[in-house]
Design a protein around this ligand. Structure first.
Ligand code: ZN
Length: 692
């Protein structure tokens, strides 16, 4: 996102105004029939909402409603009687002789003087988040109808089916209705969009895009058709009558978010349409976003299980979608994920957190990948078809129920007839990832056969892991694989190593641990620019040696790059080379701008980089690059373990490189265009053993 990020999705809700009061839990809000009139010029909304309640226990004589303090209550009616109420900031206290299952009519106005993190009303558009305009409470919505009156020329989108649209004088009224059980209503959005719709099967698929992005519509709609039909077949039939994609501005929900899903609607930020980052563009992220319509918008979840059963499962659903549809997208494998190195280094630094806990996942991109790996490993253990059946049954049996990882575990255990308690404890409650190595490999010739023997071992097992692992033997004929178990066996005996042997007709070339990259384990991976997707703190060091004009030029490049990264959640400090201290170099991320004659830090550290420019050109594999080109390189930070150091060298004054999360360790760039690139050679001797 923002060219260089982590995109983060979230569907969950945060409380937007400081709350002193507890959200009442003696009733559930089961419905809204709201008329919402927008006054864009005045930034005012008027709402007349008939709210349905259901008590959970004894019927009280007084209830509390928690409503945004900037909403001014006009009148409250119960059973056609005007009610008295007391208001103290966000708390509204209302007394009446309530019956169970009662309705209140609440008339109020709200002024949205300023944009919040989630809502805005301007003369051109509106975005209203449920938590900022409706009372908070325990929600279990059985019926919702929104009637929104907006200026002519606007389109309005909300949860559910569009049941009416009518124009009168200078305004148009839109009515949406949903009678499917939901726990969240998301946003009411509106504005002047380029609108396209297609009826496919029994669903209406629509796009509401900014006019300049309208060309994306056809591809998005065809992708929605494919994802909905694939997930409907493999999970459960899509339960809403429409799915709308709505383009929103980049500020919505904070900079670490790229898209947000709520029932029957997906908001996608403008940057997903503009980005050149194939990992984070609108088409790449849609399979994940559409999967949210099932997880957790159909199978509701307890909050602590968001990583495993919402974000991780949506990420894994998108990988399954690629398999089912044979559609290749940038996000279709775990082992090539640009977040893998970050995930491993987080664990190596002891900075990872258990998957299972309440957390704002917007700042934890590596959790998505870890949780997706957990699904992949579960699939490996219980088998492909059994795993897929578990997903289908989870979608069907747990629809409209609030589930947690125990429910998922029980179902997986029942269907697979396997005890998986150790698996879920190890991966969602423990932290860390296993370190595994191959050793003692030897090959001998026996008659006409080659016998290759060795051992595979779990190292550093202060945390005891249990995992199946594949060992592959590579010959000119391909890779032969065998699976072994490490850790606890069915008799609860712990084995941290097992022997393996292969007999082959062809000469063995290599032994490879986990040749398909199916399990999450420590491994050495080369530094790549894609590691910059995990936002961190960093320092940018600008060269001053070549005079003011050159300094100004380098600073301009650095500022452009850092403003893009800021949007992605980075905290970057810009300093000059003459003021850089050892402490600066010990930052997690260090970016050095300028050639050796332009930057003293570059001059000092150039030998640590594999590629050396000579003057204003560089030669790679006997080809020389110069002119408006630039070379950028990334290596492990020599001053801080698990840190990174990038060196950005515009070869001449006309070069204007853009730092982006390229899937490469070095890139020759012409602005954003890759002229050539490569990845540092890196062999992990623990995982790959050559046979001579
Ligand atoms: Zn998501």
């Amino acid at each position: 996102m923002f060219d260089k990020v982590v995109k983060q999705f979230y569907y969950l809700v945060f409380l937007f105004y400081s709350m002193n009061a507890q959200v009442p839990d003696n009733y559930e809000i089961v419905g809204h029939k709201a008329f919402i009139k927008l006054y864009p010029k005045e930034s005012v909304i008027f709402i007349s909402d008939t709210i349905s309640f259901r008590f959970k226990g004894k019927v009280p004589s007084e209830i509390s409603l928690i409503l945004n303090p900037s909403c001014k209550v006009e009148t409250i009616f119960y059973d056609e009687q005007l009610l008295k109420y007391q208001r103290d900031r966000e708390v509204l206290k209302i007394s009446a002789s309530f019956k169970n299952n009662f309705e209140l009519v609440l008339n109020y106005t709200g002024k949205l003087a300023r944009r919040t993190e989630f809502s805005e009303l301007t003369e051109n558009s509106v975005l209203l988040h449920e938590n900022e305009i409706f009372p908070l409470g325990t929600k279990s919505y059985e019926f919702v109808r929104f009637t929104v009156q907006a200026p002519n020329g606007w389109s309005v989108i909300a949860i559910g089916e569009s049941i009416n649209q009518s124009t009168e004088n200078d305004s148009t009224t839109f009515t949406y209705q949903n009678d499917q059980l939901v726990q969240t209503l998301g946003w009411v959005c509106g504005g002047n969009f380029s609108v396209r719709s297609k009826i496919s099967n029994r669903y209406t698929l629509s796009t509401y895009l900014f006019h300049e992005d309208s060309t994306f519509s056809d591809r998005i709609i065809s992708q929605l058709e494919k994802t909905i039909s694939t997930y409907s077949e493999h999970f459960s039939p899509y339960r809403f009558s429409k799915l709308a994609i709505v383009e929103v501005e980049d500020w919505v929900a904070g900079r670490a978010v790229l898209a947000a899903a709520f029932p029957s609607v997906i908001l996608v930020k403008k940057q997903a349409f503009q980005t050149e980052d194939s990992f984070n563009n609108v088409n790449t992220i849609l399979p994940h976003e559409v999967a949210h319509q099932w997880w957790p918008l159909t199978v509701f979840l307890s909050e602590a299980d968001n990583a495993l059963l919402s974000e991780g499962l949506c990420e894994y659903s998108s990988i399954l979608f690629s398999e089912w549809s044979s559609e290749k997208l940038a996000r279709d494998s775990l082992k090539n994920s640009p977040l893998l190195r970050s995930l491993i280094s987080r664990s190596a630094k002891g900075k990872d957190l258990p998957l299972r806990r309440k957390a704002d996942l917007r700042s934890m991109p590596t959790h998505y990948l870890k949780a997706a790996y957990v699904h992949n490993m579960l699939r490996l253990i219980i088998g492909d078809s059994v795993y897929k059946l578990v997903l289908k049954e989870f979608a069907m049996q747990r629809a409209l129920l609030v589930s947690n990882s125990e429910d998922f575990q029980k179902l997986a255990e029942k269907i697979s007839r396997t005890n998986l308690d150790w698996f879920f404890k190890q991966w969602s409650e423990q932290t860390g990832i296993p370190k595994i190595k191959i050793y003692g490999v030897k090959t001998t010739i026996r008659d006409e056969y080659w016998l290759t023997e060795g051992r595979v071992r779990l190292v550093a097992y202060e945390k005891r892991f249990t995992t199946p692992v594949e060992v592959g033997l590579k010959t000119e004929e391909g890779v032969l694989k065998k699976t072994f178990w490490l850790g606890f066996d069915s008799l609860n005996v712990y084995r941290n190593e097992v022997p393996f042997s292969f007999t082959t007709q062809f000469k063995p070339k290599q032994i490879i641990l986990d040749p398909d990259g199916n399990i999450l384990k420590h491994q050495k991976l080369p530094a790549k620019f894609s590691d910059l997707r995990d936002p961190a703190d960093g320092v940018i060091i600008i060269g001053t040696t070549a005079g003011n004009a050159k300094y100004a030029k380098l600073l301009e490049l650095a500022k452009r790059d850092s403003s893009e990264m800021d949007k992605a959640g980075w905290y970057l400090k810009i300093i000059s080379d003459t003021s850089a201290t050892l402490g600066d170099l010990q930052n997690e991320r260090v970016f050095v701008y300028g050639n050796i004659t332009e930057n003293i830090v570059a001059d000092k550290n150039a030998p640590k980089f594999p590629m050396q420019p000579t003057g204003n050109s560089i030669t790679i594999e006997s080809k020389t690059y110069s002119d408006s080109l630039a070379i950028i390189q990334i290596i492990d930070n020599p001053y801080l373990s698990s840190g990174l150091m990038c060196w950005i060298v515009p070869l001449t004054d006309t070069a204007s490189p853009h730092l982006m999360p390229y899937d490469a360790s070095y890139v020759i760039l012409n602005q954003k265009e890759i002229v050539t690139k490569g990845i540092w050679e890196m062999k992990d001797d623990d995982l790959v053993v050559d046979i001579k």
